[in-house]
Design a protein around this ligand. Structure first.
Ligand code: MN
Ligand code: MN
Length: 467
């Protein structure tokens, strides 16, 4: 029996948009590839929980794959691979393309900082014979999520003589961990009546770090002294050395599979290592790109891309100018002809909290990499809003390279909003659009992504480099 489509059915098929999802990737045999790719990603997550560690890991991966340190003034040949390490906290990598630099470069930009708790400059204190670190939260967090979860401490202490001490405690088997305590329900009647924003106060995010006194005397600050003594013996530091330190408190757990089907990954800091890693690996795998391919791994996105390691600074601009000058070109002419995928996460539709999303324009887990034309809040405030022309180019590129992809907006109109590094790169007169992985529980200590979506982000970046 033959099946005749009615005119309406035929037209529907031709004219309506059809969302593509994991089933398509299953048919193409890409699920296995995605699982394999994510093994590497999960190792990267565990090794790189801070921006400094991410730079170290990325440099190591890059060097192992033929990247050498960039030298200003040098003219590089097609296929040559360079990196520029900006203060150990942000990184630019490039593979020189076959086409003339005058035709512009293809940039992917992701950030490698994540929401966390930073130690205050003067963090150590004792109260009621318990020792604590005071913290100041970094980025947008729901404070209550950071209590009663195992924590680790990462970062550097720079002594007055310039010696840098690296700190990483709470990650290795056998390491102690740290925690922020919370009130027992029996005595939490008042706390439970407060709003979720106020139930746990920022000033109370104090990390428990010890309880034993230095000796058997009842002298004041005996527990604090014991901790300071342990730190002196281990790192050779005194209390004043905390003034010149960057110590970050992050969740102590490792990345793991989520679900009986192992289709997802739960971890700290997917935002935005989940785009940084695919962008980096795509560049490493881009042997002979058409245009010069550039990957930027930036710091400070979570607090507004500020500072000299964030993308509101000029380090990317300077790098492109240096590349351009070596070829006798003006940096601004190269930038004007360049294109950028601002690789950052979007909020995955969560059926438990469906009311904050608009389903026709939300991104979904397992529907592939998400293109976000604009982010921002209210009337598109604080975004760069990619042009129709560039959106058309990106659509064609993704379809042409069999990438499973979708579009998304960050929540309903006026529900809230957010931003990415897109506007800073667009501000250099580069055609820019946001592209990345949909995330569940974004900015929580434990975020969830789909392995397929991570892999599709890699495929999208790879296609963009070879385009
Ligand atoms: Mn982000
Ligand atoms: Mn974020």
């Amino acid at each position: 029996m033959s099946e005749e489509l009615t005119r309406a059915e035929q037209l529907k098929k031709e004219l309506f948009m059809k969302p593509v999802n994991a089933a398509k990737a299953c048919a193409d045999g890409q699920i296995k590839e995605a699982d394999n790719f994510c093994e590497g990603y999960m190792s990267f997550l565990d090794a790189a929980k801070t921006e400094r560690e991410a730079v170290e890991e990325a440099v190591e991966l890059a060097r192992a794959n033929g990247f050498i340190e960039f030298r200003k003034g040098e003219k590089y040949a097609p296929g040559e691979r360079v990196y520029y390490n900006n203060r150990g906290k942000s990184l630019i990598l490039a593979v020189i393309g076959r086409r003339d630099l005058a035709e512009g470069v293809h940039i992917t930009a992701a950030h490698i900082d994540s929401p966390r708790l930073d130690l205050k400059p003067n963090p150590l204190y004792e109260d009621s014979e318990l020792a604590y670190f005071k913290t100041h939260y970094y980025g947008g967090i729901k404070k209550y999520q950071w209590t009663v979860t195992p924590l680790s401490l990462h970062g550097v202490i720079v002594k007055k003589d310039g010696e840098t001490v690296k700190v990483k405690v709470g990650e290795d088997d056998g390491d102690p961990k740290f925690v922020i305590t919370d009130l027992l329900p029996h005595l939490a009647a008042n706390q439970m009546k407060s709003t979720m924003a106020e139930g746990v106060k920022g000033e109370n995010l104090n990390v428990l770090i010890g309880s034993r006194p230095f000796d058997d005397t009842d002298a004041a600050e005996n527990v604090k002294l014991n901790i300071m003594n342990i730190l002196f013996e281990k790192y050779g530091i005194n209390e004043a050395d905390f003034l010149s330190a960057e110590l970050e408190v992050v969740p102590a757990f490792k990345a793991c599979d989520i679900g009986f089907d192992r289709s997802m990954i739960g971890a700290y800091g997917h935002d935005d290592r989940v785009c940084a890693y695919p962008a980096l690996m795509a560049l490493i795998d881009a042997e002979a790109p058409e245009h010069t391919a550039v990957c930027v791994l930036a710091d400070k996105e979570e607090i507004g891309s500020v500072g000299n390691t964030g993308l509101d600074s000029s380090f990317l601009n300077y790098f492109i100018c240096d590349l351009a000058e070596a070829s006798g070109l003006d940096g601004r002419d190269v930038l004007t002809r360049s294109k950028c995928l601002s690789a950052d996460v979007n909020a995955a539709f969560d059926p438990i909290y469906a009311e904050v999303s608009e389903k026709r324009n939300a991104s979904f887990v397992n529907r592939g990499v998400v293109i976000t034309k604009y982010t921002g809040s209210r009337g598109k405030g604080g975004t760069s809003d990619a042009s129709a022309e560039f959106m058309a180019e990106v659509r064609a590129m993704l379809d042409g390279n069999h990438v499973v992809w979708q579009t998304g907006e960050l929540g309903k109109v006026d529900e809230g909003g957010g931003g990415t590094v897109a506007k800073y790169i667009a501000g250099l007169n580069v055609d820019t659009v946001d592209l990345g992985v949909p995330v569940l529980s974004m900015h929580a200590p434990f975020e969830v992504v789909s392995k397929l979506d991570v892999y599709m982000t890699y495929k999208a970046c790879f296609a963009f480099y070879l385009n």
